[in-house]
Design a protein around this ligand. Structure first.
Ligand code: ZN
Length: 332
């Protein structure tokens, strides 16, 4: 089952989260693979999308915000667009649009930043938007401060958090065809101090200033977090990962979020919506598509699910309910 674990380090201004998406991630991939027009994601795209989805859950898990967190990568390579969306209650979905074939083993830069113009945008879209209210959006390029292409999505998000949220963060992400997972550590602001470490923000006070020990703690915990290998993040359960990494720390864990309270796949598409759309299109138009193609087929842009309406379905769609013959076996 997919799960989100939150924890803090007792006495230290550092908090963390660990996410493991299993059933939710597999359902997302299954729907895409079942779409007869797109087929399954190429493995490098699935990996990128899995990391984006895991990172989006971690970021959504971090904020008190009633709305959707949407992570978008606008690529200038074969991956034109990749999107992960996580609601406040951790319902999630994700999709990618390909402009070209993605070779096996393609790097992040080759997929979305071939010409150096790729962008990553994080949008917070309130559930009940006030009139005239714009969703908040932060955008970062897929290069570091020095203009060198970032090698990993985790690096991109860390960069984003430093720039947009002024938060020092350490992120480890991984995904394969069965699981998408991530570990996030964040420095909490301490009264009268910058959140960011000296490496990112020049501080006026020198070495030996109060709070230096605090920075050492975050740096030390970050090194531990970064020692987590890909196969460990993908293959080990949360308890084992946290015990192995932080066995010398006083870790205080919260009740894991799982099941209906945890991260889970959900797409708002439905057959009823497609039916309503066809009714809006009109009987003549819909029937002409059926004559030409034998059926009407509509894919969900987001999850890839296909709904098909054949001639009989379409006839029912445009027949008032009182004139419809009863379905076989229906109780009168
Ligand atoms: Zn859908």
């Amino acid at each position: 089952m997919s799960e989100l674990h939150k924890f803090i380090f007792d006495g230290l201004p550092v908090r963390g989260q660990l996410v493991r998406l299993t059933d939710a991630w597999q359902e997302l991939l299954r729907r895409r693979a079942a779409n007869t027009q797109t087929g399954a994601y190429p493995p490098p795209v699935a990996e990128l999308l899995g990391e984006m989805t895991a990172a989006s859950v971690l970021m959504q898990g971090n904020i008190k915000f009633d709305g959707a967190l949407v992570m978008q990568i606008f690529g200038d390579g074969p991956v034109k667009l990749a999107v992960a969306e996580v609601q406040a209650d951790l319902r999630l979905r994700a999709t990618a649009t390909l402009a070209d074939a993605v070779p096996p083993g393609a790097t992040l830069a080759a997929m979305v930043n071939a010409g150096g113009r790729g962008r990553c945008a994080i949008t917070l879209d309130p559930r009940q938007r006030q009139e005239g209210q714009q969703p908040y959006q932060g955008v970062v390029p897929l290069v570091d401060e020095g203009g060198a292409p970032l090698a990993s999505l985790a690096g991109v998000i860390e960069h984003y958090m430093r720039q947009s949220e002024q938060l020092d963060a350490t992120l480890v992400l991984a995904a394969d065809e069965t699981i998408a997972a991530g570990l996030l550590l964040q420095r909490l602001p301490v009264q009268g101090q910058h959140n960011l470490s000296q490496s990112h923000v020049a501080r006026e006070d020198d070495a030996g200033a109060p709070g230096e020990g605090v920075e050492d703690d975050f740096a030390r915990l970050s090194i531990l977090a970064r020692s987590l290998r890909r196969d460990e993040l993908l293959g080990l359960d949360a308890d084992t990962i946290l015990r192995r990494l932080f066995w010398e720390e006083r870790l205080m864990r919260f009740e894991p979020l799982a099941g209906l309270a945890g991260p889970r796949f959900a797409c708002s598409c439905s057959r009823a919506r497609v039916a309503a759309m066809l009714q809006g299109l009109g009987q003549d138009e819909t029937e002409s598509i059926v004559r030409e193609q034998g059926q009407v087929e509509v894919s969900c842009d987001f999850c890839g699910r296909q709904e098909r309406f054949d001639a009989v379905d379409v006839a029912r769609l445009f027949t008032p309910p009182e004139q419809q013959p009863p379905l076989p076996g229906a109780v009168q």
